[in-house]
Design a binder for this molecule. Sequence first.
Ligand code: GLU
Length: 241
Amino acid sequence: MDNVRVRFAPSPTGPLHMGGVRTALYNYLFAKKHNGTFILRVEDTDQTRFVEGAEAYILDALQWCGIEPDEGVGYGGEFGPYRQSERKGMYREYAEQLVAEDKAYYAFDTPEELEAMRERMKKAGVPSPQYNAVTREHMKNALVLSEEEVQKRIAAGDKYVIRMKMPRNEEVKFEDAIRGWVVVNTANLDDKVLFKSDGMPTYHLANIVDDHAMQITHVIRGEEWLPSAPMHVLLYQYFGW
Ligand code: GLU
């Protein structure tokens, strides 16, 4: 337990709620107990959910609660910037690295095409259709289109996202301090978007890149994120971290 580094990573999508304060408190206490560092990182890559003034509210609220970061937005530190929108330039490179290694791919599907796929799958008896190892075979992505077609689309300025290529049937295993061993088969995970058409990373990519870059030793987050953890573990494996 040397050099413990933990982070509270709220998205400025509204005021800080009690669940957030609780997560911040657990991180803070864990850092204090181990003489570690408590970091505040602002995850503001979702431009559609950005709320003006939310970040200042979160900072004020933490201060009011006496849960003060050692490092982060408003506090400085050697791993900054701590606001993801200011780190924007570095994420694309990571997404492209995965594309080059065949662990991610460009996808050009429009919202209408995605919706049509979901409808088709539902009619075929799949209750919650996903973009995955099976359905991606029938979509407009670089795994299906020719290299020439892909280049043509990019040159023409067609919108695309970068999706993670999920293995079809593999077990991902990790140890959660509260739940114990969690095992999930990749057949239940979809090809999540890592990089969006607006030039921003999704939460998943930015979060794991920054946890790595900021040398986070323990991830303490709300339980609603447990279903995303297997995917994050796979991303760590893809990057070799
Ligand atoms: N930005 C995420 C949130 O607001 C962070 C979750 C995490 O700690 O990974 O919930």
